[in-house]
Design a protein around this ligand. Structure first.
Ligand SMILES: *[C@@H]1O[C@H](CO)[C@@H](O)[C@H](O)[C@H]1NC(C)=O
Ligand SMILES: *[C@@H]1O[C@H](CO)[C@@H](O)[C@H](O)[C@H]1NC(C)=O
Ligand SMILES: *[C@@H]1O[C@H](CO)[C@@H](O)[C@H](O)[C@H]1NC(C)=O
Ligand SMILES: *[C@@H]1O[C@H](CO)[C@@H](O)[C@H](O)[C@H]1NC(C)=O
Ligand SMILES: *[C@@H]1O[C@H](CO)[C@@H](O)[C@H](O)[C@H]1NC(C)=O
Length: 397
């Protein structure tokens, strides 16, 4: 509607007042600098220390500056170089020329700019282990809304490159606890050989909307380590229930059935994703999903085990023609107010080109639709709660 010409009509004055009121009601912006998506300060460890990168003499000796710009360290934290050898082995540096290695009980931490209270953030980082033994990383964020500390197991190396990218999520503290958050990476291990310990590199952050930060070169995708039901998930809506990780892939580097992102199931039934959806007991539902190939030379056969309520079905990947995915569905009758939907890969697949990188079937476009409610007099095909769950399901992968 147009306001009368030649000045502010009563309506536009009203709007103007409302606008002023609205801006008064807007939350006061926090004083600190809001954090931007992307690499943390010296998140790639390529910033030289004030007196230059340490020099290694290949018999374990170090000459030079051992501080790590941008980070606070505790314990034996070393800046390592891409051609650095140790015990005859070349150390793996995921990106660029430098990374850090965490010795026994050693830690690096960084205070982040202001986070939005209550919002969920995901850290993406690359990690490799240095010795052929159990190594892990304790990733934490403090303060946070719920205790945010997880141990990421580095025992399984998923790609032939010897390192993997991981995403880990936490919910920023709100209220009185809001403010600067410190993220820390700690090697909880106590090895006999103090020069063992994980190497970490390329640490980035992203406020979580659909998924975590992915580097433009995310040719290996990003792994989601195990997360338990009560923890914040880097894949909104989903739980990685199992011991092993699943891989988040994008359409720039992989084949993805729908949209830009999907999940590739790795390591057989040790890599399970699940979600609880609201259902009405006694009603019939259909779980539908796209089952695809990531286009990463994964050796056939591929299949998933799909679970919905009390139903389970083994679905083989056998697309028609030149398609790289197929649509599959599974009907179930709900027996409770919440039904579990889950997937795992039936086989342990590896790539045909290197025979050691783990790969598997891709799951995407997961939906749960009510079959029995469609023609009811209420005219509501799906319960509202289910729609919310559905939106999550569709938006997240
Ligand atoms: C450094 O780590 C040790 C061992 O975990 C711990 O006892 C000490 O409090 C830490 N120091 C700082 C400054 O965080
Ligand atoms: C991980 O770190 C957090 C915070 O420093 C600590 O509370 C937690 O106990 C640690 N967990 C392990 C397994 O070391
Ligand atoms: C991506 O990777 C290639 C090969 O490893 C490298 O040459 C290139 O600089 C990388 N690009 C970015 C943006 O990291
Ligand atoms: C798949 O095959 C159809 C018909 O043979 C063709 O029109 C289409 O371009 C092909 N698509 C791809 C991605 O090769
Ligand atoms: C699921 O149920 C619908 C409606 O009863 C039916 O048309 C469809 O064929 C069923 N799908 C499967 C996979 O059994």
């Amino acid at each position: 509607m147009r306001s009368p010409p030649g000045g502010l009509g009563p309506r536009s004055v009203c709007c103007w007042i409302r606008l002023v009121l609205c801006s008064l009601l807007l939350p006061i912006p926090p004083l600190g600098l809001a954090i931007e998506d992307g690499l943390l300060n010296n998140g790639d460890f390529e910033t030289p220390p004030p007196r230059g990168f340490p020099v290694f003499n290949n018999i374990g000796g170090v000459v030079g500056d051992t501080t790590v710009p941008g980070w606070t360290t505790n314990g034996t934290v070393e800046l390592v170089e891409s051609d650095q050898k140790q015990g005859g082995m070349i150390l793996i540096v995921p990106q660029g020329a430098h990374a850090v290695r965490l010795g026994n009980d050693a830690q690096v931490q960084q205070e982040l700019g202001t986070l939005e209270g209550g919002a969920t953030y995901a850290l993406t980082f690359c990690a490799a282990r240095t010795c052929a033994m159990l190594e892990s990383l304790n990733v934490s964020a403090t303060p946070s809304a719920v205790t945010a500390a997880s141990t990421v197991d580095l025992q399984t190396v998923y790609s032939v490159e010897g390192w993997d990218a991981y995403a880990w999520a936490f919910q920023a503290a709100g209220g009185d606890d809001a403010g600067a958050t410190t993220v820390a990476f700690k090697n909880p291990g106590m090895e006999d050989d103090p020069s063992c310990g994980p190497v970490i590199d390329n640490i980035a952050i992203k406020k979580l909307f659909e998924g975590p930060w992915m580097f433009p070169n995310a040719t290996l995708g990003v792994l989601f380590p195990t997360n338990f039901a009560e923890e914040t998930s880097a894949l909104p809506g989903w739980i990685v229930e199992s011991d092993r990780a699943v891989r988040y892939i994008d359409s720039y580097h992989f084949s993805v059935p729908q949209g830009k992102r999907a999940v590739e199931l790795l390591s057989g039934k040790e890599g399970i994703i699940s979600q609880m959806v609201e259902t009405t007991p006694g009603k019939q539902y259909s779980l539908s999903f796209a089952l695809g190939s990531a286009g990463d030379s994964c050796q056939l056969p591929m299949a998933v085990m799909a679970f919905a309520g009390d139903q389970a079905q083994n679905v083989h990947y056998s697309p028609t023609g030149n398609l790289t995915y197929q649509s599959s569905s599974l009907n179930f009758t709900a027996t409770a107010e919440r039904s579990r939907v889950a997937f795992y890969s039936v086989y342990y697949n590896t790539r045909s080109d290197d025979r050691s990188s783990l790969c598997g079937p891709v799951v995407d476009d997961v939906r749960v639709l009510s079959l029995s409610g469609g023609a009811t007099s209420s005219g509501r095909p799906v319960s509202v709660q289910l729609l919310v769950a559905l939106a999550l399901l569709v938006a997240s992968i």
